[in-house]
Structures are given as C-alpha cells and as structure tokens.
Ligand binder design. Structure first.
Ligand SMILES: Nc1ncnc2c1ncn2[C@@H]1O[C@H](COP(=O)(O)OP(=O)(O)O)[C@@H](O)[C@H]1O
Ligand SMILES: [Mg+2]
Length: 1063
C-alpha cells in the first residue's frame, strides 16, 4: 500500500498538466514559476513557510514562535512537508478570491505560498494523473476551522474544475448541500458559533475529464440530545431559529408557530436564542434557496418544516399528574397542531405520550406513565423525529448528488475525492456521552494518522533497508483499545449494562467500568484516583487520558443515550403518520423486528470502523486546524492553548519524521517507467533489473549521494528540488519525444497515404488499359468482319440480293445516297450528279428530277416580277436568236432594259401627239433611207398598239402592230434589221431598215409587243424588203473584219459584219 503521501509533497505532480488536461511547455511552467516566486512577497516569507526549514526543528518553542510570527501577519497556513497547518484567523482574509484560486491551479506545491488550495489542487492532480482515489482529512478541535476549510476546498473545485452544463448543476448541489446540512446539523456551542454537531464525510466524484459529476455524503452520530437540551450559552440546531426568524407569516401560521423563540421550551434552555455573529433571517433565505437547488419540491419542504415545527410543539407539550400520579397532557392545543403537522390522530398521539406498551409473552401490556416518564417519552420522540429526519435529509441530498452512470453502468468511470470534516476533540465543563463518542472518533483518526504516516513511514524505511533512527511518538492505540475492545472496552461494558436485565443504572455502569479497566493507565475514577486527583473528580465521573488531553465524563445519561429508546406505542403512532418524511423514517418492520436494535455507541463504533476502511483505501492529505484562542477572537494567539494542540496533534513528531525522512519514494519499476526516457541506456527499454536501471538512470541524472537512497524495492529521494529538476528534465524530454513521435507518425501516415494512392493509381491504370485493349480488339474484330463482308459482297455484287452481298449492296447504296447528299447540284446550271450503282439507277433519275424541280421551284419562288419579265424576254430572245444570230451570245449576259430613252429624252410634242398612248419602250436607232441608204438618226418608240419612228418632234412613221408582217435580221453580228410592213397600208412607204445598238433587245421587245415572235426571219446571205410601190430592195450581208454599212455598186445595201471570236 502506498501510504506515504504525507511525505510526497509533489511526488507525482506533473506541474505541466493544467486543469483542463492540457500540457504546458517547460518554458511555460518556468514562466509560471517565476511569476509565482515573485508573488511570494516579503510578507509571505515571514518565518518559514515549511516547518521543515526550521533550524531548531526539535524545539517546540521555535515551532510555536514560527506559528505566531506568521499568524500576526495573517499568514495562517504553514506546511510540515505536505501537511498543512492552519490557524483559525477568526476574521475574513482576502485570500480566497478567484485570483487566488487561479494562482494555485496546476502549480507545484512549493512554488506558491502555503494554502489549502495547494492541498486541494495537489490531491486533485494526483487523482487525475494516477486515477487513485484521494481524501483530505481535516482535523482539529471544535472551532478550529475544519468546516470552513471543507467549504473552501469545495468552492475551489467548483471554480477551477472543468465543467459542462450537467456539471454546473452538480457543482451547485455540492455547494448548496452545505447550508442545508449546516442548518439542520450545526449549532452554536461555547466553542464555535457554527459547530458541526454531526460528522461528515463527503465524496466528490470526478469523471475522466476531471469534472465533478456527483457526490455522496456519509453522516455520523448527530448530537440529538441538543434537540431537547442545551447547555448554558449554547443553542439548538440553527434551523429552529431560522424558521422562526425568517419564516413568512403565512408559513408560520400554517405551522402554528410564533415568531418568538422564547415561546418554545426546547429553545430557551441555553438562554441565548440570539447570537450576534449569526443572522438567522439571512440564513433562512439561503437555506430556502439551497433546498430548491438540491431538488426539494414544495411538498417535501412543507413536510420537512412541519417536522421542525412539530419538534417545537412537542417541546411545549406539558403534563400534569392525576390522582394516581399518572401523567395527563395539559396542552391540548399542541396536540392539535402536532396531529395536523405529523398527520396522526390527535387522540392516539395523546395516549401514546402518556402510556407505554410492553409486549410480554406475546401479550400487549399498556401501562400509564408518571410525569417523569412522560417527559422522557416526549423528549425521546422529539429526538427520534429530528434524528431520523436528519438522516432522511442526507439521503435525499445524496440522491440529488448521485452520479448518473447510465452511460457505462458497471464500469467504474469516476474517481473519488473524499473530504472528512468530523467533529474535533471536545472538552467541556460537563462532558457526556456525546463528547465521549466525539473524542473516541478523534482517537481513531489520530490512529489512522499514525498508521498512515509515522508508523508506516518508519516501517517502510526498515523494510526497505534504509538506515534509519526511529522517531519516538505516542501511539494512541492503547486508548482506542480502551474504548472499543471487545468485552473489555468501555463500549462493550456500556452495551452489556444496557442489555442486561435488572436494574441497570448509569452508576452500575460506572462500577462495572471501574471493575473491568481499573488498571488501565488512561482510565481514572474518583475511586481509583489518588488523594490529590480525587478532588477534581465527581463520584459519577470517569476520566480518560486522551492523546489530546484529559477529559472527565459524567456517566449520567450514558445508558439512556446509548439505548436511544423510543416507546413502542410512539413508534407505532409515527408509523401511521401521513407526513411522508416521517412515514419514511419509521418503518413498520421495526415494530415486528424481535432483534434489539444496535446501541448508539456500537452503531457509532461500527460506522467509524467503516470510515477507517474508506479512508485507508485512499491516498490521504492532511489539514491540521488549530484554534488560536477560546474566545473566537481575531488576532489573539493563546500560546498555552496552541501548545496543547501542537502537542496532541503530534505535529512535532510529524516534523521530526519529515526532517529525517525522504520527500519522495517510488517503486523502481514505476520510477524507471516514468523517467527512463531521460537516459539513453534506459530508453526505450531497460532489459535488466529495474533496480539497476534506476541506478544507471540516477547516475546519468547526476544525483548526489546525499540526495537519494536505494531501498530494496524503492528509490527514496530526500529533497523535493531533486525531483523537480528531474520533472523539468522530463518535461523538456517529452517535448522532443513528442516531436519525434509526431515526425515518425507523419512520415508513416504520409507513406501509407502515398502507397495507397500509388496502389489506387495502378489499379485505375490497369483497369483503363484493359478497357482500352478490349475496345481496340473488338474494333479490330469488327473491322475485319466488315472488310470480309465487303469483299464477299463485292464478289457477289452482281448476284441477286442474298446474305453474302446484302451488306455490300446496302453499303453501296448507302454510300451513294450519302455522297449524293453531300454533293447535290448547287443550281440548275450545275449538271454534276454522282454515278449511281446499278440498283439505284432508277432512283437516281427520279431523285435528279426531283432535285431539279426543287431547285427550279425554289428559284421561281424567289424570283421578282421584274426579273420574271426580264427572263420572259430573255427566253423569247433565246427562242428567236439562239444559235441563229452571231451577236446573240453577246446579248445574253446583258440585261434587257425597260427603255433606253426616258420621257425627257423624247420630244414633248411627240408625247403630246401620242396622247394617252403609253410608251413601253424607246430606243435610239439609225434609219437607212430606202433610196440612198442614207443613215438618219431616229427614235423607235413601242406603244400599246404601234411602233413609232420619230425624228425630233415629228413622228415620221407609225406602224400598227397589226400591219407588221415580219422582222428580218441577218445571222451575222451586225445590228441591222428590217421591219416588214403590210403592203396594203397606203400610208406606208414600205419596209423600214433600221439599226439598233441593242438589236437583240430591241427586236425581242418589238416582237413581243407586236406578238410577232414567230415572224422573225433570220437570213443567211441577204434580206429582201419592199421599198414601196412594189419595188424591192436588197441587203447583202457578209462577214468581214469590221462593220461596214454602205450602198454597193449593185444598188444593194452591203453590210459587212465583223467576225466574232465566238464563232
Ligand atoms: N479560514 C478562515 N477564515 C476566517 N474565519 C474562519 C476560517 N476558518 C474558521 N473561521 C471562523 O471560525 C469559525 C469556526 O470554524 P469552523 O470551521 O466551523 O470550525 P470547526 O468546523 O472546526 O468546528 C467559523 O465560523 C469562522 O467564523
Ligand atoms: Mg465544523
């Protein structure tokens, strides 16, 4: 078992792990250390912060002087190694702020001034790093500051631990359970205005992230007697005064209470209902709020307060004796309230209060009570109700604090940090059963302290073979045995006296005690004492020499309190209660259970032994609280009182062992495992024995001889600074290791990624190549097939269609059609046409026609009327002259013009004469006389019905179309023509010989106008024409080099037409 935490100030503290689990760098922690060190102001350095540093460490006077010096400067905390000694300042010091908390968070013990936050943080980090349950044991006598310390530690966790929404509520509940428990379990005593009258052990559960996720409270022996009786200057439990002071009028009315505590017998015994340091009114508000935080609903609160009220009413129940001396209830009003508040029959309760039922041989015997017995029964009921309600309250709080492990049931996911705040050693003027139990409890805790620190520490040195001079200390086991030993111990004797038939009294118990333990060095009674001491002892008293000093106990009430008896009929009445809490607290099985319930002392003994087991299973830290004076005064340092506490707390022994001992020890395996990376020989694995490995390691680290010792299984390091240096080195080493791991991992990671990608690429490539290959192969196959079919088709091409040639034929056809589609003639003049295969010959013809038709049709559709007219004329010209007259081809490309002379070029007189004859065409011409063939310039006009030959303003000749019998031209390239006119026409002077530069155009228009298309003659050699009066003229046409028109010697008109190239 690793129990030496007392001497492990920073044993496994890894300073660099911060609260939220992050690692700080070594540089960062150095930085923190610097800040922290500078924060240790000169004031902080008053005296020594750690008693270990005292020169004269064996001197008690020096020890106390150091405490005093620091206390004067409000430095209430001092270490002995890792144990914190705290002196109650009795005033508020500014050392519990959030900034203070932050200063201690994640920082090493010795780097900051002593504080309970350092202890809290240290335990928390050990819990997180080693995942080992921790406990903080807070001891000291009543009023020394234990409860305050517990609360401050809880606050520290609430503020500094990581949190989530759910955790926030847990934190709230953890904090808020305190005011409720204090209201019901604390009271003003002579020693402490807020004295805990019950023992409390609280587990705080942390999840793996270090967030507080739940809690559990164990309560020990509530001082119930306080409910019915208080010593002078003391009070009942706070809740009674809070309810009366702070309760709303409405509530008090419901509960039947008055605002004045003086009205209640149970509140007036101590004669100090009001205390200046306590504000019951404010506390009431705090409690009410806290109740809702820890999940109390309105009904539960009402039931709870009903119980508190009913205790007060019970206290006011009075009795009077009747003639027979039997008690009768005289305060009917109280019974009425009680009946309502407890939900019982009034009459039943009344009877139960004044009678006692005994079951003897299966028969129920009811006997009346006398006055004294009735008062006893009433008080017993009040105590039972209050005591059980208190236990119920703790259970209820536990339910609201319970860690919901639903996520992973069965798996212990939470680590636990326990806080023990149990009543301190108590010595009053008058000490009773309660003080006996309380002081016994303190003996047990001292035992545990000795076991875990002084004893086991020294035993370990011995077993490890470390040279060691034992430190003497007082082992209080002898006192523990005196109290708890079987058969011979005080508790056993008390129980025996309680259970024995016959008239056992407190005095018979004392006698038995004297008889049994008379020789015990720590036990004394009036009878056993020597003359001198006897004076200080009453006859009903016994004295125990506790480790912390002598205490004289009065045996009065020991038997009753140990029996904790409640008459059966009262129990039965409570079992029938309609108040759900009472109903819960009193179970019916209790009535039928034949076995005697355990006595109070035995119950307490057993619960303490369980507590010891719990504490033993955890790594403890200690806070030793010291009370500076009995007057609760700030700044007063009562040396006698303090010396006494220093002594009984064993602080001097503690210091001596601490000085002689070693700050740190660890099993070789663990030490090696943690630090092996600091030495190349032990890293990454040490093959030999761990002992040798550690030896090599510390040599490498340069540990000096006096700094450490090698035990059988462990290494012992004397000074914390040696370990700090090693820790710092590890921190730096961790950085480089982390970098190395990162680099290796990154290398590995990217290599894996690369390999994966490479593999993928190859897969894709090969797949693609395969696909490509297959495509190519099938294409080739297809090509071969096609070629083969083609060749076969070619061979069979002239056969009728069959399977061998159908493909070929289709292909030929197809390719012809496709070719045709691409090469269709562009216009009607384009005569090209692909040659069709034989099978498509006919189709080709049809298509060609269709194509032509189509071209023509679309051409025609596009044609304008003017152009149509032009074409009509051209067609006529073509019909008339094509292939017949030499200069026809020259005329083809030239467009025919509507008219060659505009109206402005025709004499107005002519136009006037023509009147409404429209001129369709006019052209300048040359007229050859019929006689001398003289050339005269004329204009030829084509009108609606006639041709006019005009000279200037004179119409020389009119030839009606009807009289035009024909037109003659030569076949040569000249431009002469003859209009043959009907002979009978008197007015006519014969045919007209004319020449037009646009002979084809002029003739076409003339022929068309006169509708004489078929009357155009084209003569080869000469043209005959009539000159008039039956005479005939002849024009001879010959070809020559150039145009020549002249009268020949034979009287003919000779025309030489130039030869044209085209001919
Ligand atoms: N650290 C502290 N700072 C200021 N006052 C304190 C401190 N510790 C204790 N006290 C005072 O002493 C009184 C008694 O302390 P408490 O913790 O109740 O004692 P214990 O639980 O040991 O009996 C408190 O009510 C408070 O007034
Ligand atoms: Mg307390």
């Amino acid at each position: 078992m690793e129990l030496q935490i007392e001497y492990i100030p920073t044993g496994e503290i890894i300073r660099v792990v911060s609260q939220n689990g992050e690692c700080k760098t070594a540089a960062g922690s150095d930085g923190i250390r610097l800040t922290m060190e500078s924060a240790l102001t000169a004031r902080d350095r008053v005296g020594v912060q750690d008693f270990v540093l005292l020169e004269n460490f064996t001197s008690e006077a020096t020890f106390i002087e150091n405490l005093r010096k620091r206390f004067k400067e409000n430095l209430i905390y001092t270490y002995i190694g890792s144990v914190l000694v705290s002196v109650n300042p009795y005033k508020d010091l500014e050392i519990y702020s959030k900034q203070h908390m932050e200063r201690y968070r994640g920082v090493s013990f010795y780097e900051v001034s002593p504080h309970l936050y350092a202890i809290a943080d240290n335990s928390y980090r050990s819990l997180r790093i080693e995942r080992k349950d921790q406990c903080i044991l807070i001891s000291g006598e009543s009023g020394a500051g234990k409860t305050e310390a517990t609360k401050k530690i809880l606050q520290y966790y609430a503020v500094t631990c990581p949190a989530s929404d759910q955790v926030e509520t847990v934190k709230d509940r953890l904090l808020q359970s305190n005011p409720v428990l204090e209201a019901f379990g604390n009271a003003k005593t002579l020693r402490n205005d807020n004295s805990s009258r019950f023992g409390k052990y609280m587990d705080v559960q942390f999840d793996y992230k270090g967030a507080p996720v739940g809690g559990h409270i164990l309560n020990y022996l509530l001082e119930k007697s306080r409910v019915v009786h208080q010593n002078h200057g003391e009070r009942n439990f706070h809740i009674f005064y809070q309810l009366l002071e702070g309760g709303e009028d409405d509530l008090l009315r419901r509960l039947g209470l008055e605002k004045n505590p003086q009205q209640y017998h149970y509140l007036v015994k101590g004669q100090c209902a009001r205390v200046s340091s306590i504000s019951d009114k404010n506390d009431w508000k705090v409690v009410r709020r806290a109740l809702s935080v820890i999940n109390f609903n309105d009904n539960e609160v009402e039931d709870l307060l009903s119980i508190v009220a009913s205790v007060l009413h019970l206290g006011n129940v009075q009795f009077a004796a009747d003639e027979q001396g039997n008690a009768q209830v005289t305060t009917e009003n109280q019974i009425k309230y009680l009946a309502r508040l407890l939900g019982v029959e009034g009459s039943v309760l009344r009877e139960a209060l004044i009678h006692k039922t005994i079951i003897a041989k299966g028969e129920e015997l009811v006997s009346p009570l006398n006055l004294e017995q009735a008062a006893y029964a009433r008080d017993a009921l009040a105590k039972a109700i209050y005591g059980r309600t208190f236990s119920w309250l703790v259970n209820k709080i536990n339910k609201s604090l319970a860690y919901k492990e639903a996520e992973c049931p069965g798996w212990r996911s939470a680590t636990v940090l326990g806080l023990l705040d149990i009543y301190g050693f108590e010595v009053f003027q008058h000490n009773s059963f309660e003080q006996f139990c309380i002081n016994y409890c303190n003996e047990k805790l001292q035992q545990l302290f000795i076991e875990l620190t002084l004893k086991s520490e020294q035993e370990e040195y011995e077993s490890e073979g470390i040279a060691w001079e034992p430190v003497q200390y007082f082992n209080n086991k002898i006192i523990c045995d005196l109290v708890e030993e079987k058969f011979k111990g005080i508790i056993s004797i008390l129980d025996e006296e309680c259970l024995r038939p016959g008239d056992a009294t407190d005095m018979t118990f004392l006698e038995k005690l004297e008889e049994t333990v008379k020789n015990h060095p720590h036990f004394l009674t009036h009878k056993l004492a020597d003359q001198k001491t006897r004076k200080s002892l009453g006859r009903e008293e016994f004295r125990l020499l506790h480790y912390a000093g002598e205490v004289t106990y009065s045996v009065t009430g020991f038997l009753d309190k140990n029996n904790d008896l409640l008459f059966r009929n009262l129990k039965e009445t409570m079992c029938n209660s309609e108040n759900t809490i009472i109903n819960h607290c009193f179970e019916r099985t209790e009535l039928t259970d034949k076995k005697r319930p355990e006595t109070a002392a035995t119950q307490f003994k057993n619960s303490l032994s369980k507590l010891m087991e719990i504490l033993m299973s955890k790594e403890p830290s200690y806070i030793r609280c010291i009370k500076p004076n009995d007057a609760k005064q700030a700044g007063r340092f009562d040396e006698v009182l303090i010396r006494h506490q220093v002594k009984y707390l064993g602080l001097m022994e503690n210091l001596r062992v601490r000085r002689a001992g070693f700050a740190y020890r660890r099993k070789y395996e663990i030490f090696l495992q943690r630090y092996k990376s600091l030495c190349s020989e032990t890293w990454p694995t040490w093959e030999g024995r761990p002992h040798d490995g550690v030896a090599v390691l510390v040599k490498h680290l340069g540990y000096k001889q006096e700094e450490y010792k090698m035990g059988r299984t462990k290494i012992f390091i004397r000074f914390p600074k040696t370990l700090f240096a090693t820790e710092d080195a590890l921190e730096i080493r961790k950085q480089s290791l982390a970098t190395k791991i990162q680099a290796t991992w990154r290398g590995f990671y990217w290599r894996q990624k690369f390999l994966h990608m490479k593999h993928s690429a190859i897969t894709i490539q090969s797949w693609w190549r395969g696909t490509q290959g297959r495509r190519k192969a099938s294409k080739k196959k297809w090509a071969v097939e096609t070629i083969r079919r083609f060749i076969k088709g070619f061979i069979y091409r002239n056969y009728p269609r069959c399977s061998e040639n159908e493909y070929f034929l289709d292909y030929i056809r197809y390719s012809f059609l496709m070719n045709l589609k691409r090469n269709l003639p562009k216009n009607v003049l384009d005569k090209s046409w692909p040659t069709p295969p034989p099978s498509l010959y006919e189709v080709s013809q049809l298509l060609r026609q269709l194509c032509m038709q189509n071209m023509v049709w679309s051409y025609c559709k596009r044609i304008s009327p003017e152009w149509k007219q032009q074409l009509d004329q051209k067609v006529v010209a073509s019909e008339m002259f094509k292939g017949k007259k030499d200069n026809y081809p020259q005329s083809v490309p030239r467009l025919f013009i509507n008219t060659r002379l505009g109206t402005e070029e025709i004499n107005p007189k002519v136009l006037q004469v023509l009147g409404n004859e429209t001129i369709k065409y006019a052209v300048p011409v040359v007229k050859y006389d019929r006689k001398g063939y003289k050339a005269r310039v004329r204009q030829l006009l084509l009108a609606q019905n006639a041709i006019f030959i005009v000279e200037e303003a004179k119409i020389k000749q009119r030839i009606d179309y009807a009289n035009l019998t024909g037109i003659s031209v030569s076949s040569l390239s000249d431009s002469l023509f003859v209009l043959h006119v009907r002979f009978e026409d008197n007015k006519q002077k014969g045919d007209v010989v004319l020449q037009s530069d646009h002979v084809i155009e002029t003739l076409t228009k003339t022929a068309m106008s006169a509708d004489k298309i078929n009357n155009v003659n084209i003569s080869q050699g000469s043209i005959k024409f009539t000159i008039g009066q039956g005479k005939e003229g002849i024009i001879d046409f010959t070809s020559g080099s150039e145009l020549l028109i002249a009268k020949a010697k034979n009287g003919h008109l000779a025309v030489v037409a130039p030869r044209l190239n085209s001919r």
